[in-house]
Ligand binder design. Structure first.
Ligand code: F6P
Length: 333
């Protein structure tokens, strides 16, 4: 559980809007519900912006009522739909979004999303000074200013469930599997799933694949008295086909790897208890932050406390601690 900040209302908020942006993450619905219910409970109107920043720019905005956000807490995906809005990189387009909020007499905005959404919100807030709160939601867990992100726990458990199943087959046939998990730029998911699933190797996007090191380590495994299954967790990386290329290279070196790409399976599904609680707490407190006149921030978790970090202070992405990979290696064999 979390420690909540003490916030004193100082601004009269009559209407807020909420959107989900970027890759969907399990728990986004729980956050929408919490924002809407916490606001409506205090007589604040709530508008749901459809399809992230695209809906903001196109004024695709509808009122949210308490029944509308009922029965979504347990569902993956997002009631409001999501989008990666390239157009929002343009200042004139962001300004259009700002004007829609003013026309609709919106006093505060809650943005639920990952690093791209955070970058958009930072620019938007800096240019317009519009009061907004960003809630970290991404299966990548790579948001600076928050130890946890909505969706990561569920995605990690989904990936882990797959690895446990693959391990059964890998063990039965003494096979080598390359399991690709999501993570274009960030290896948190690969590392979490790899450590929890006892992977023999974890390859993150932050580090180039050293083929000699990989095959050397596989050969060492081969020479052990009791041959067993081997699972290498590979983060997808920026260039598509990373795992297939690795499989091809290993095949050329005499190994017989099998590839399993988990893909978007990791983004769907019912959120875990942990993600539901995180999303619910962040959503409800976001409304209080706006009422306290403290917008322009990310609301995240640090040492189990919900904390606000000014958007202007945040870097692009939370870096992975390489010591985690060393730890994983230490306990692999
Ligand atoms: O940011 C979340 C994420 O799932 C990344 O792990 C992945 O690289 C990317 O989104 C895939 O994005 P999309 O499915 O939207 O193309």
């Amino acid at each position: 559980m979390y420690h909540l900040p003490e916030l004193t209302p100082s601004v009269n908020i009559r209407r807020i809007a909420v959107l989900t942006s970027g890759g969907d993450a399990p728990g986004m619905n729980a956050a929408i519900r919490a924002v809407a219910r916490a606001a409506l409970h205090q007589g604040i109107d709530v508008l749901g912006i459809q399809r992230g920043y695209s809906g903001l720019v196109e004024a695709d905005i509808r009122p949210l009522t308490s029944p509308l956000v009922g029965n979504i807490l347990q569902r993956g995906g997002t009631l409001l739909k999501s989008d990666r809005c390239e157009e929002f990189h343009k200042p004139a387009v962001r300004w259009q979004g700002y004007e829609h909020l003013r026309e609709m007499e919106v006093d505060g905005l809650v943005v639920i999303g990952g690093d791209g959404s955070l970058a958009g919100a930072r620019q938007f807030a800096a240019e317009t000074n519009f009061p907004l709160v960003v809630l970290p939601a991404t299966i990548d867990n790579d948001i600076e200013g928050s130890d946890e992100t909505i969706g990561f726990d569920t995605a990690a458990n989904t990936g882990l469930d797959a690895i446990d199943r693959i391990r059964d087959t890998a063990n039965s046939h003494q096979r080598l599997f390359l399991v690709e998990v999501m993570g274009r730029d960030s290896g948190f998911l690969a590392t979490e799933v790899g450590i929890a699933g006892g992977a023999e190797m974890i390859l993150v996007p932050e580090q180039a694949i050293d083929l000699d090191r990989v095959s050397e380590s596989l050969k060492q495994g081969d020479s052990s008295a009791r041959p067993s299954s081997r699972i290498i967790v590979v983060a997808e990386g920026r260039k598509p086909g990373r795992t297939q290329r690795l499989a091809q290279a290993l095949t050329e070196r005499g190994f017989n790897p099998q590839v399993c790409i988990l893909g978007h399976i990791q983004r769907g599904g019912n959120p875990s208890a942990r993600d539901r609680v995180l999303a619910s707490c962040l959503g409800a407190v976001a409304v209080k932050v706006l009422q306290a006149g403290q917008g322009g921030c990310l609301l995240g978790v640090e040492n189990r406390h919900l904390v606000q970090r000014p958007l202007a202070d945040l870097g692009e992405r939370l870096p992975l601690d390489p010591a985690l990979l060393e730890l994983a290696q230490l306990i692999q064999q």
